[in-house]
Write a protein that binds this ligand. Structure first.
Ligand code: SF4
Length: 168
C-alpha cells in the first residue's frame, strides 16, 4: 500500500504535545481561504511512498512521543493513514490527526475506512481553517472553530469529549 505525502518532519514540537513526527498528507479539497499549505491541495503533487518502507525509515527514538497526521487532509487517504497510525500504536506512541472535516460528518459517515481511521487516532483536531476565527494564541489550532477531540472517549460516549492539556 502507498501513501502520497507533501512532506515529513522528523522532530516537531508544534503539532501536538511533546516531540513528534509529522506527516503532511498530499491532497485536500477543503480549499480553506488563507490556508498555509495550499501546495498540499493537489492530489497528484508531493511524492508516493511504500508504507512499509516509510515506516522502517521513520525516526523511532525514545524521546518521540507520537506521530501527527497533518496535511492536506489524512482523511482523503484513510486506509493508508490508519495503517500508519496502527503501526505507531504498536510502537507505544500516540497519534494526533488534523482534518478539515468536522467530527459529525466523519462519525456519521457510512464509510468504513473513515471509521477505521478514527479508531486508530487518539486526538483529532477537526474543522476547516476559518480566517475570521484565526487565533495565534490557542495551542495546536489555526482558528477558534477547530476542536481538539479525544477520539476514544468521544467514540465510547457517543458525544464529543474535548482534549484538555493538563491531564496529558
Ligand atoms: S483543511 Fe487544512 S490543508 Fe486543507 S485547505 Fe483547509 S487549512 Fe488547508
Amino acid at each position: 500500500m502507498k501513501v502520497r505525502l507533501a512532506g515529513i518532519v522528523n522532530e516537531s514540537v508544534n503539532d501536538g504535545p511533546g516531540l513528534r513526527i509529522v506527516l503532511f498528507f498530499q491532497g485536500c479539497d477543503h480549499h480553506c481561504p488563507g490556508c498555509h499549505n495550499p501546495q498540499t491541495w493537489s492530489f497528484s503533487g508531493g511524492a508516493e511512498y511504500e508504507i512499509d518502507s516509510l515506516l522502517d525509515h521513520l525516526c523511532d527514538h525514545p524521546l518521540i512521543r507520537g506521530i501527527t497526521l497533518s496535511g492536506g487532509d489524512p482523511f482523503y487517504q484513510p486506509e493508508a493513514a490508519a495503517r500508519i497510525a496502527a503501526n505507531f500504536h504498536e510502537r507505544g506512541k500516540d497519534v494526533w490527526a488534523y482534518t478539515g472535516f468536522v467530527w459529525n460528518d466523519l462519525r456519521n459517515s457510512s464509510g468504513s475506512a473513515w471509521q477505521e481511521l478514527l479508531e486508530n487516532i487518539d486526538v483529532l483536531v477537526d474543522g476547516p481553517f476559518l480566517q475570521e476565527q484565526r487565533d495565534l494564541k490557542i495551542p495546536f489550532r489555526g482558528s477558534a472553530n477547530q476542536r481538539i477531540i479525544r477520539v476514544p472517549e468521544s467514540l465510547q460516549q457517543n458525544q464529543i469529549v474535548l482534549w484538555n492539556p493538563r491531564p496529558q
